[in-house]
Design a protein around this ligand. Sequence first.
Ligand SMILES: O=P(O)(O)OP(=O)(O)OP(=O)(O)OC[C@H]1O[C@@H](n2cnc3c(O)ncnc32)[C@H](O)[C@@H]1O
Ligand SMILES: [Mg+2]
Length: 206
Amino acid sequence: MSTEKQKIVLATGNKGKVKEFERLLENFPYEVVPQSAFDLTDADETGTTFVENAIIKARHAAKLTGLAAIADDSGLAVDALGGEPGVYSSRYAGNDASDQQNVDKLLQALANVAEENRTARFLCVIVFMQSAEDPTPIICQGEWHGHISQVRRGEKGFGYDPVFWVSSQNQTAAQLPAEVKNRLSHRGKAMAKLLDCLSDKLGLMD
Ligand SMILES: O=P(O)(O)OP(=O)(O)OP(=O)(O)OC[C@H]1O[C@@H](n2cnc3c(O)ncnc32)[C@H](O)[C@@H]1O
Ligand SMILES: [Mg+2]
């Protein structure tokens, strides 16, 4: 019997996510290949929810590669901003905004917001699709609660990590070792659920 693992495409262009997934998928029963290996065009994230955008990205990658796909749509919801930037987190400061510009805009928007009102949460939806036509994709969600700090701290991670204060660790997400972030994070929690669902659905990883 062949021991070769089925290939699956990781449908994200975000290098920070790819790095986290490499660790999170260490015991995954598939060989996971980032979409950069296939020279894929980016999907149009036209959804208004994380669920829709994650499905759009997974379906796009599955269609173009003919493989099963995993996609992650995630973002930061800040209470004092009515949940913004939310689904639009990567485009908060404009369509091609850098992480730095997005964080600058966030700190400006919260400049007059007191410490106790700077609560926020990271949200993540991960979708697993067997093929572009899969009628029952697996959809898993995770949340991570924190505060937006006044200044940046830390060099690790990506995106809004330098200003996402995790009180239980007394550090920002960008100061946490990768394995600690993966244990606590929205992405780590969603991924743990996906592993559970997959082992139920496919009888794998017993
Ligand atoms: O769509 P793909 O190709 O996956 O890459 P992306 O960076 O555009 O990803 P999203 O559309 O899901 O947007 C997510 C945004 O939320 C931010 N974000 C998500 N997870 C994060 C995390 O763990 N730490 C910091 N920022 C995060 C991230 O910086 C992006 O600006
Ligand atoms: Mg995106």
